[in-house]
Design a protein around this ligand. Structure first.
Ligand code: UTP
Length: 469
């Protein structure tokens, strides 16, 4: 074992050797003093006892995660519900009172997309090359005008993309938002492990490979900053993911339904039509709502249909939620809610045993929490149907399904339909895709009605791309 002058450094090194993680010091002799300090700082930060507990509970024990007992299809508020419109007024009132903050969940590493930089900095917009971050920020600029006050924006990053995210927003002047309206904070992280030997992997010689603790890290983050949020008068959090440019930010209708139904955790869901679509669905177990992953739903339940042919388990989770602060971070005794951990396997390039291992197989395990795991803890939860074409087109993969190409195509169709509703003539191909390239800034409009107002006095050229900003 290496010998160090500082007793607390020496103690931490001893702990890692005892835990059979002494390989982290294999390159010690080759590291300069700065790299050594860096490694020791990481070591001090790792809660080794907690990590060993996770390994025992999830990797060493044969008990795979217990299957969900007897799930039944949940009730949801369908698109056709006549009470939705009145809920919008309730939601707008809460927004005007400043009771709602928006949380952008952007701590993921985006392995599948493979974009260098935070996923939110991906240039998705088809004409200007504007980014996902820009789409969301400009929606908030529009909402600020609509409700007459700013809506506080929390952006959850992770330690690996935090600095880049902060730099991005500084370089882009927060896309028109005041920096005081935005809280950018990283979630926690945990070391990534070798699945066979449970060894902590390395990001390079003398560097631990960490990964964020899943989108459930947002619950811990909200708990951590709950006092600040309460001081700002915030009572409800509207959370959405960075990879869906169609997400309706702070949708007053969803907020209104959440409040009207006195729900603690409300989610949007889109109707799943293909039983093999790999999206989690909402279900009920006893009297509690929860999300069941695609892989957890039994083969019979997966294809079971209603008399009208729709899937029984069709309420697909699009990861847009309204969450009560008092529910996840109660001020009374009992303390904040705790989330269970899950194991995720991912392909990552890493350094082990003195050489690089390429990301050619699922060669790593990590521990993650899921934001929707708090749903079964809610006495009152709610699922609300959303129209997939209008609200869900995620950017997950570099190509193929759920890629920038499919997401851009969904945006094009949406904007083209808005323009048609506003009386602009647009031609479409046989697949319903517009023949002209279109881009409409979210600063300008979030639906056809808002676009109609924004277009007053605007002349649109008869051909060529349409860029409305
Ligand atoms: P994904 O499950 O798509 O994960 O995240 P990912 O890390 O972004 O991408 P892959 O799987 O490596 O390709 C869904 C949402 O949850 C966020 C992501 O930023 C995205 O908005 N997320 C995920 C976090 O904020 N933290 C995490 O630890 C994981």
């Amino acid at each position: 074992m290496i010998q160090l002058e500082d007793p607390s450094d020496q103690a931490v090194v001893a702990k890692f050797f005892e835990a059979d993680q002494g390989h982290l010091f294999d390159d010690w002799e080759q590291l300069d003093s700065l790299a050594r300090r860096h490694l020791l700082t990481d070591m001090h930060r790792i809660d080794l006892r907690f990590l060993q507990q996770l390994i025992r509970d999830h990797l060493d024990s044969d008990a795979a995660e217990a299957p969900i007992a007897a799930p039944t299809p949940p009730d949801w508020i369908p698109l056709t519900d006549p009470g939705r419109e009145t809920a919008t007024e309730i939601g707008l009132h809460a927004l005007r009172q400043g009771e709602v903050a928006v949380l952008l969940v952007a701590g993921g590493v985006g392995t599948r997309l493979g974009h260098a930089g935070p996923k939110g900095s991906y240039p998705l917009l088809p004409i200007s090359g504007g980014t996902l971050f820009q789409v969301f920020a400009e929606s908030l600029v529009r909402l600020r005008k609509q409700v007459g006050r700013h809506i506080h924006w929390i952006i959850m990053t992770s330690p690996s993309n935090h600095e880049q995210t902060v730099d991005y927003f500084q370089q882009h002047s927060f896309h028109g938002l005041a920096p005081s309206e935005v809280t950018i904070q990283p979630q926690e992280q945990l070391p990534v492990l070798d699945p066979r030997r449970r060894k902590i992997l390395r990001a390079g010689p003398g560097r631990v490979l960490f990964s964020p603790d899943g989108h459930g890290g947002s619950i811990r983050l909200l708990q951590k900053i709950s006092e600040d949020l309460r001081e700002r008068g915030i009572r409800h959090i509207y959370s959405h993911q960075v990879d869906n440019p169609l997400a309706r930010i702070a949708d007053p209708e969803l907020v209104g339904l959440h409040l009207r139904e006195k729900s603690s955790f409300t989610s949007k869901a889109v109707a799943k039509t293909d039983p093999e679509e790999k999206v989690g669905v909402f279900c009920k177990v006893g009297d509690r709502l929860r999300v069941i992953e695609y892989s957890e739903l039994g083969p019979n339940d997966r294809v079971r249909t209603e008399p009208d042919g729709s899937l029984c388990f069709r309420a697909g989770n699009v990861a847009t939620h309204v969450i009560d602060l008092d529910f996840i971070a109660p001020q009374s005794a009992g303390g904040p809610l705790q989330l269970p951990f899950h194991v995720a396997r991912k392909a990552v390039r890493h350094w082990l045993d003195g050489r690089w291992h390429e990301a050619s197989s699922l060669n790593s395990v990590r521990f993650e929490t899921f934001i929707f795991d708090v749903l079964p803890m809610a006495d009152r939860g709610l699922v609300v149907e959303a129209d997939r074409a209008l609200e869900f087109a995620p950017v997950k993969n570099g190509e193929g399904a759920d890629s920038p190409a499919t997401s851009r195509a969904a945006l094009q169709k949406l904007w083209a339909n808005w323009l048609v509703e506003c009386g602009v003539q647009i031609e479409f191909d046989d697949n319903g895709a517009p023949l002209r390239l279109i881009e409409i800034s979210s600063r300008l409009a979030g639906d056809a009605e808002q676009l109609r107002l924004a277009l007053e006095g605007v002349v649109i050229a008869p051909d060529g791309p349409i860029l409305l900003r």
